[in-house]
Write a protein that binds this ligand. Structure first.
Ligand code: BGC
Length: 279
C-alpha cells in the first residue's frame, strides 16, 4: 500500500508533458499564447508560431524559456502549404520530433451575408479550416514516422483542433466563421477515425466567449459584458487559461482514451440559456 502511494506521489510530481515537443499556431496572442505557456509549464518544449507580431512571439518564447524548457518563434502563414511543411520540418530538426500539434490559429472577418465579400469568406476558410488541415497533415506524417515512444506518451501523437461553440451554434453575421468551425468539427472527427489505428489522438477544444483580442468589442465595456453574460450560465467571461488548461489535459496521457471528441469549455454557452426561463 505504502509503495503504491509512493509510486503515485512520484507520478504526480513529474510534469504532465515532460519531454514532449509541441507546436502551437497563432501562439503570440490570446488563447494560443496562454496555451503555449501552459504547455511549457507542463514540461513540453514549444514552437511558438505567429504570422504577424514578431515581438509578441519573442516575448512568449522568453516566458516559456523562463520555465526551464526550450522554445523558439517561427513565422508562418498556416494557410500556405509550403510554409506549414517548412515549419513542421524545422520543428523536427530543432527538437528531434513532434508530439503535440495545437492547430489554434484563427480569425474573424465579420459581415452580414449580403455585404460579405468572397475575399472575407475565403480568408476565414483558408486560415481556420485549410490551415488546420495542413497542420494536421504535416504533424500526422511525423507521428506515423516515429510511432509510439512509451517513455514519452502512450500515443504516437496528439492533434488538438481549436474549434468554437460556433461549430454547433449558428451565428448571424458570421457565416464564414461559423462555417469554418462546423468544418473543423468534421475535419477533427474524420481525422480521429482515420488516425486512431496509428495511435494518434485527434480531438477538439471548443471555447465559448474568452477574453481575447478577437472579441474585444463583446466584453470591453460594462454594457457589452452584461449583454454577453446573458449567454453564459456560469456568469463569467472565460480566461485564456481556461482553454490552455483544457489543452494540456487533452494532450496528456490522463486523457489517453479520449478520441474524436469536442470538449466544450464555454461556461455553459451551449446549453441554450435562453430556455432557462422560456420555452
Ligand atoms: C468567437 C468569439 C465569440 C465566441 C462566443 C468565438 O469562437 O471567436 O468572437 O465571442 O465564439 O460567441
Amino acid at each position: 500500500m505504502a509503495e503504491k502511494a509512493d509510486e503515485h506521489r512520484r507520478a504526480m510530481s513529474v510534469p504532465l508533458l515532460k519531454g514532449q515537443k509541441a507546436l502551437v499556431t497563432g501562439a503570440n496572442s490570446g488563447i494560443g499564447l496562454a496555451t503555449a505557456v501552459a504547455l511549457g509549464r507542463a514540461g513540453a518544449d514549444v514552437v511558438v508560431n505567429y504570422v504577424t507580431g514578431a515581438e509578441e512571439a519573442d516575448d512568449v518564447v522568453g516566458q516559456i524559456k523562463d520555465l526551464g524548457v526550450q522554445a523558439y518563434a517561427h513565422e508562418a502563414d498556416v494557410s500556405d502549404e509550403d510554409q506549414v511543411v517548412a515549419m513542421v520540418a524545422r520543428a523536427v530538426e530543432e527538437f528531434g520530433t513532434l508530439d503535440i500539434m495545437v492547430a489554434n490559429a484563427g480569425l474573424q472577418r465579420d459581415a452580414p451575408l449580403t455585404d460579405m465579400t468572397l475575399a472575407q469568406w475565403q480568408k476565414v476558410i483558408d486560415v481556420n479550416l485549410t490551415g488546420q488541415f495542413l497542420c494536421a497533415r504535416e504533424a500526422a506524417k511525423e507521428f506515423m514516422r516515429r510511432g509510439v515512444v512509451p517513455e514519452v506518451s502512450r500515443a504516437a501523437g496528439k492533434i488538438i483542433c481549436m474549434s468554437s461553440v460556433h461549430q454547433i451554434i449558428p451565428w448571424a453575421g458570421h457565416v464564414n466563421y461559423a462555417s469554418s468551425k462546423g468544418g473543423v468539427s468534421m475535419l477533427m472527427q474524420t481525422l480521429a477515425q482515420e488516425l486512431a489505428p496509428h495511435r494518434i489522438r485527434v480531438n477538439a477544444i471548443a471555447p465559448g466567449a474568452i477574453r481575447t483580442p478577437i472579441n474585444r468589442d463583446a466584453w470591453s465595456t460594462p454594457a457589452a459584458e452584461a449583454d454577453l453574460l446573458r449567454l453564459i450560465p456560469y456568469g463569467r467571461v472565460g480566461d485564456p487559461d481556461d482553454i490552455a488548461n483544457a489543452v494540456v489535459a487533452m494532450a496528456s496521457d490522463l486523457l489517453d482514451y479520449v478520441i474524436g471528441t469536442t470538449l466544450y469549455v464555454d461556461g455553459g454557452m451551449t446549453l441554450f440559456p435562453g430556455f432557462a426561463t422560456g420555452g
